[in-house]
Design a protein around this ligand. Structure first.
Ligand code: ATP
Ligand code: MG
Length: 208
């Protein structure tokens, strides 16, 4: 097996929507493993308050430690300045993923914005993209991407239906803030970590 999945995200916090999508892609594409890459300072989320990279990295580790084919990479949180997927894919290609085919996994919501990512055309030289379904985003909308990306890049994006889980980190943060339970939305060790460190409870209301 020579293909590796890479799933980038803020993971604030990581939840079963991320994990289940990665699991189904791992199986469906016969990947060797999936590497989760928590973002350092996501350029598109600069203006909202984001939990420290160390907390988000630790939660991703806790969520994946029992899976032999799931890994978490600290490369983005160790890098100075904003996180760019382009830098990450280059770094992975030249190190742990040398000689392997890279599949970058995103949700349909994220792929629709890919043309706003730094050096997006070059991204397609480094990796194929797997766009997993997510509640609220139709495959019809996905098809509009062809016009935006052009046929060559678009041919490297593979839509992939996964079990639809209407779970979002933003909703989890809101629940914690409002004192609601998040049990069964995140792995139990992640829930306990959030509780132990008092994450999300004191945060001002998000407007985004
Ligand atoms: P937020 O609400 O803060 O934006 P999120 O739940 O969207 O958080 P991200 O860290 O932004 O999580 O997402 C990382 C990647 O995982 C993105 O490509 C996103 O599309 C995908 N993703 C997130 N949640 C789901 C889900 N429930 N099903 C499928 N894909 C998902
Ligand atoms: Mg998101």
């Amino acid at each position: 097996m020579t293909a590796i999945g890479v799933m980038g995200g803020t993971f604030d916090p990581i939840h079963f929507g991320h994990l289940r999508a990665a699991e189904e892609v791992l199986q469906g594409f016969g990947l060797e493993r999936v590497i989760f890459v928590p973002a350092g300072r996501p350029p598109h989320k600069l203006h909202s308050e984001v939990t420290s990279p160390e907390h988000r990295y630790t939660m991703a580790k806790l969520a994946t430690v029992d899976h032999l084919r799931f890994e978490v990479s600290p490369i983005e949180i160790q890098r100075e300045g904003p996180s760019y997927t382009l830098d990450t894919l280059r770094e992975l290609r030249d190190s742990v993923c040398k000689g392997k085919t890279l599949y970058f996994i995103t949700g349909l919501d994220a792929i629709l914005e890919i043309h706003t990512w730094k050096g997006y055309k070059q991204l397609f030289e480094l990796a194929n993209f797997i766009a997993v379904t997510r509640p609220g985003y139709s495959v019809e909308v996905f098809l509009t991407l062809e016009k935006v990306l052009g046929p060559e890049c678009f041919s490297k994006v593979h839509p992939f239906p996964v079990t639809l889980l209407a779970i979002a980190s933003r909703d989890i943060r809101r629940r914690v803030r409002e004192g609601e339970s998040i049990r069964y939305l995140v792995p139990e060790p992640v829930r306990l970590y959030i509780e132990e460190h008092g994450l999300y409870s004191g945060r001002a209301d998000e407007t985004r």
